[in-house]
Design a protein around this ligand. Structure first.
Ligand code: ZN
Length: 154
């Protein structure tokens, strides 16, 4: 596929997630790990909730307000990691951050629709928009890993 077509396809995926966000709306209870992040500079404001069972993200919700990049990537992120093992999710977060920074990343690692944010590396000012959801996810996983409940499991 020519680069122009790929770019169009990527833009369509982003707009689809922006207009029809997946896993939108906070429905989690006390058994979820919740993280809220607000970026005053561009107004992106996002909350995510994850439920972890047997080392897997079994449920995830996201809600917030912000630009098309931040809101669509929250939808993409939620869809990508739902059902995944925490250790695999951590690999994707790391790979994704390298990709949007324009650094070398593992192109063979399946990141689902998250690959469409590759072009963000050309717009460093949008880096925060493209990573807010993944940043929130990483903080939620940190909460899970540090929770007494998780330590009891081991
Ligand atoms: Zn933004």
């Amino acid at each position: 596929m020519a680069y122009g077509n790929l770019e169009t396809l990527y833009r369509q995926v982003i707009m689809d997630h922006y207009k029809n966000p997946r896993n939108k709306g906070l429905k989690g209870d006390d058994s979820f790990y919740t993280v809220h992040i607000k970026k005053p500079t561009c107004g992106d404001d996002l909350t995510i909730q994850i439920k972890v069972e047997d080392g897997r993200i079994t449920e995830i919700y996201q809600d917030g307000v912000g630009c098309s990049i931040s809101m669509s990537s929250a939808s993409v992120m939620s869809e990508t990691v739902k059902g995944m093992k925490i250790e695999d999710v951590l690999k994707i977060i790391d790979n994704y951050v390298h990709m949007v920074k324009g650094e070398p990343f593992d192109e063979n690692l399946d990141m689902g629709d998250a690959i469409v944010y590759q072009g963000v590396s050309q717009f460093p000012q949008r880096f925060k928009c493209a990573t807010i959801a993944w940043n929130a996810l990483s903080k939620a996983i940190e909460k899970y890993l540090n929770s007494p409940y998780h330590k009891d499991e081991e």
